[in-house]
Design a protein around this ligand. Structure first.
Ligand code: GLA
Length: 431
């Protein structure tokens, strides 16, 4: 009796606030590739055959994903975004791909992608039109869900343009039901809260029950200011959004733009580290056919991916802002902790941060083992309550550590840290 109550208590502490969409998908943050940020709505295949939105682009990405180790690293979904559609539905009212750019059709493309051991994602919109003006799914949810199922599509990104905001919730829920009714496993990626925030605070319990991940904030651009704005939005809404993340449903801060043009090496490392801390879907939008080795190595870094995919399934959050540094933490399985320290000062050189001096920081007690993952892998070894850990962080760069308490004592430091809400509240006041 007593043990049952304890177990129940533990489950309550460990579980996110609401039930996830019960389709057995996205038990860990989704990993893959999505065309939008890099390739936008480039439909000019005559002038730009290599980069236009066509079946060739996804086939080539799938080829590279297998050949160049992406699949092995965990990147699984090859995702189509806007602008794949024909301007008209077919005679039966079904969506159809642009026949010139997708001569084989989506079913054949899905077969190709599956033959590589990967999965195919597609894009549609809850409203009258997609954001780029192609036919939307309003009035056709069941037809479109069935069409995607007939094509063996594995993921649907469902945008929220051209929709009365009052009907957003109903639309997203109805499409979720329609997908479920097909009996096919289709991961459901929503933008419901993003379109609702302008008008009211979204209901994250309902969102988690409906979607496998959901965009909250503006589209990512290939720039540090864009990445920074996403981090700031996330941190300033963390009390609302973090509790809703967990196996089956995740907050989606949008694509990784690593390997493109706008981020420096340090900024790319910051995006990768923070997306892992945020338990974000890792959907790259870049050109995998032509990516520099450093960006590739970063995106395929197994230790960062392990943080992203950690089985505890908790989203991290910002715990301190001090001296133009931001400290973000994510609790990991095995009572471990991932800590990211960002240097937000964009002038000068590398700056030192004494970790024990971070407000609210709780020392290793009695012992913990610290590993630095970024900027380079380094065993920092065993630390005690008397240790002084100092890191040097480049401007707009991040130092990423994992901390493993060495103690069988249930009163161990990091355990307390994550389960004692009064500590969390105290730390929150530091921000
Ligand atoms: C919106 C979405 C983007 C992308 C475009 C396509 O802006 O937020 O992620 O899908 O539409 O038009």
């Amino acid at each position: 009796m007593c043990r049952c109550a304890l177990l129940l208590g533990l489950i309550v502490v460990m579980s996110p606030a609401a039930e996830a969409l019960d389709n057995g998908l996205a038990l860990k943050p989704t990993m893959g590739w999505l065309h939008w940020e890099r390739f936008l709505c480039n439909i000019d295949c005559d002038k730009d055959p290599n980069n236009c939105i066509s079946e060739r682009l996804y086939m080539q990405m799938a080829d590279v994903m297998v050949k160049e180790g992406w699949k092995e690293a965990g990147y699984e979904y090859v995702c189509i975004d806007d602008c794949w559609l024909s301007r008209q539905r077919d005679a039966q009212g079904r969506l159809q791909a642009d026949p010139k750019r997708f001569p084989g059709g989506i079913k054949k493309l899905a077969d190709y992608v599956h033959s590589k051991g990967l999965k195919l994602g597609i894009y549609a919109d809850v409203g009258k039109n997609t954001c780029a003006g192609y036919p939307g799914s309003l009035g056709y949810y069941e037809t479109d869900a069935q069409t995607f199922a007939d094509w063996d599509v594995d993921l649907l990104k469902f945008d929220g343009c051209f929709m009365d905001w009052n009907l957003l919730g109903e639309g997203y829920v109805n499409m979720s039901k329609a997908l479920n009714k097909t009996g096919h496993s289709i991961l459901y990626s929503c933008e419901w809260p993003l379109y609702e925030w302008t008008f009211q605070k979204p209901n994250y319990t309902a969102i988690r029950e409906t979607c496998n991940h959901w965009r909250n904030f503006a589209d990512v651009y290939d720039s540090w200011s864009s990445v920074k704005s996403i981090l700031e939005w996330t941190a300033s809404h963390q009390d609302v959004i973090v509790p809703s993340a967990g196996p089956g449903g995740w907050n989606d801060p949008d694509m990784l733009v690593i390997g493109n043009f706008g981020l420096s090496r340090d900024q790319q490392e910051s995006q990768m580290a923070l997306w892992a801390i945020m338990a974000a879907p890792l959907l790259m939008s870049n050109d995998l056919r032509d990516i520099c080795p450093r960006s590739k190595e970063l995106l395929q870094n197994r230790l960062i991916i392990a943080i992203s995919q950690d089985s505890l399934g908790k989203q991290g959050y910002r715990t301190a802002k001090v001296d133009s540094f931001e400290v973000w933490e994510r609790p990991l399985s095995g009572n471990r902790l991932a800590v990211a320290m960002l240097n937000m000062q964009e002038i000068g050189g590398p700056r030192r941060l004494v970790i024990e001096a971070v407000p609210g920081w709780r020392k290793c007690n009695p012992l913990c083992n610290v590993t630095q993952i970024l900027p380079q892998y380094k065993e920092m070894g065993l630390q005690t309550p008397h240790s002084k850990m100092v890191v040097s962080v480049n401007p707009s760069g991040t130092t990423l550590l994992t901390i493993t308490p060495i103690s069988s004592n249930s009163q161990g430091l990091y355990k307390l840290h994550w389960q004692d809400t009064s500590v969390k509240q105290k730390r929150a006041t530091i921000l």
